[in-house]
Design a protein around this ligand. Structure first.
Ligand SMILES: *Cc1c(COP(=O)(O)O)cnc(C)c1O
Length: 404
């Protein structure tokens, strides 16, 4: 089969482990990195498969086949970053006068794009609590072309019912895009649940080692894919061959990493939930607000590697805690092989107004952990040490209604 094919229908472990295996005598075992910006033609006007690397490149194409195959879809469209992919999605589907319905708890950069840039082009967005179907239905207008959700949502890990929101969007003649960055195709298949487009920042779990930015759009609709490629060509937002090559390498261990990291996250989330210094833990399987049957239906066995939690004592304890950790780096990132901690209020969601941030549960004391491949015991020991340095009392336990 070789690197030229990523066959449909293989289980994800076999598909990922087999990426780039050369077939023929003397072929490289690993997909070659082809950095060439341009490609030769044997005749004037010949239609060579690759002509210029802003339009397509063999290494980028190998990654695109793999990302598509993981969702039983044609080759994905790879972008320089996750936000470049989202920009292409919006430019592909929306014109001046069009309207978007977006989940209110999404990546901060998604909110910034929809709220601060697209209105200049006549595109407006209504942000709703998509965990509840009623506000989604109410927000739909005749001009709504797109519903955009993230589930589990960043950083409070709220779960939206993809199938029900897809039905609402389709009944209104709109498309549904799901940002699946946190669970990846290994733990959630949005297209199988009725979504039209899966959106990724491959910068996170898919590449997994914090060495390459990237984004992708996956769909089973060839017309949409063609449109995404056209916008990518117009805007010059393709992923670099080197980053695609690194991402392809990372992808080989994605199933293994994500399951192990999710298993550890479940253990650590339960440990955090038992601590007096922590007033609330956000993790899908511990959520009192989410129906168990929904997450069991929607997630493929595990619930991801990201946990958020609220320290009593607000910003001061959050700061002391984050700075006392020895094993967990304080960064604006998730999805790496090592455990990371983020303070969303001052980092990922700093651009969002305080009221909006508090409205979606991003308080000053909220911290987000992305669990890595260390042993869960070592991470817990680090968390325990940091908690001891914070020295805060028992906090009030918040209820669902307090943040929803
Ligand atoms: C990081 C992230 C993005 C943006 O991706 P970049 O590669 O940083 O541009 C989008 N959505 C989610 C959920 C993310 O975590």
């Amino acid at each position: 089969m070789g690197h030229l094919s990523a066959p449909l229908g293989l289980d994800p472990d076999t598909l990922c482990a087999g990426l780039g295996i050369g077939g023929g005598d003397g072929e490289p075992l690993v997909t070659p990195l082809i950095q060439s910006t341009t490609f030769c033609r044997d005749k004037v006007g010949s239609n060579a498969p690759h002509q210029y690397s802003r339009v397509s490149n063999p290494t980028v194409a190998a990654l695109e086949r793999a990302l598509g195959a993981l969702e039983n879809a044609p080759p994905a469209v790879a972008f320089a970053t996750g936000l470049a992919a989202e920009t292409a999605l919006f430019l592909s589907l929306l014109n001046s006068g069009d309207h978007v319905v977006c989940g209110r708890t999404v990546y901060g950069g998604t909110t910034r794009l929809l709220q601060q840039l697209l209105p200049d082009f006549g595109i407006t967005t209504t942000f709703v609590d998509s965990t509840d179907l009623h506000p989604v239905r109410l927000a739909i207008r005749p001009s709504t072309r797109l519903v955009f959700i993230e589930t589990p949502a960043n950083p409070t890990l709220d779960i939206t019912d993809i199938r029900s929101v897809a039905d609402i969007a389709h009944a209104a003649g709109a498309l549904l895009a799901v940002d699946n960055t946190f669970l990846t195709p290994i733990l959630q298949q949005p297209l199988d649940l009725g979504a039209d487009i899966s959106v990724y920042s491959t910068t996170k779990f898919i590449e997994g080692h914090s060495v390459a930015l990237g984004g992708s759009l996956v769909s089973r609709d060839p017309t949409l894919l063609e449109r995404f490629r056209f916008i990518r060509k117009c805007t010059g937002a393709i992923q670099t061959p080197f980053n695609a090559w690194l991402t392809l390498n990372g992808l080989k261990t994605l199933p293994l990493r994500l399951r192990r990291q999710s298993e550890s996250a479940e253990i650590i989330a339960r440990w955090l939930a038992d601590r007096d210094e922590i007033s609330r833990v956000y993790y899908p399987s511990l959520s009192i607000c989410t129906s168990r049957s929904l997450i069991e239906r929607q997630h493929l066995g595990f619930h991801g590697a990201v946990i958020s939690f609220e320290l009593t004592g607000g910003i001061e304890s959050a700061r002391r805690f984050a700075e006392s950790l020895e094993r967990c780096a304080l960064v604006e990132h998730v999805g790496s092989v090592s455990t990371l901690i983020t303070h969303p209020a001052s980092m990922t969601h700093a651009d969002i107004s305080v009221d909006e941030r508090l409205d979606v549960g991003i308080t000053d004391g909220l911290l987000r952990l992305s669990i890595g491949l260390e042993s869960p015991g070592a991470i817990i020991a680090d968390l325990e040490r940091a908690l001891a340095s914070v020295n805060v009392g028992r906090g009030e336990v918040l209820t669902c209604a307090a943040t929803h």
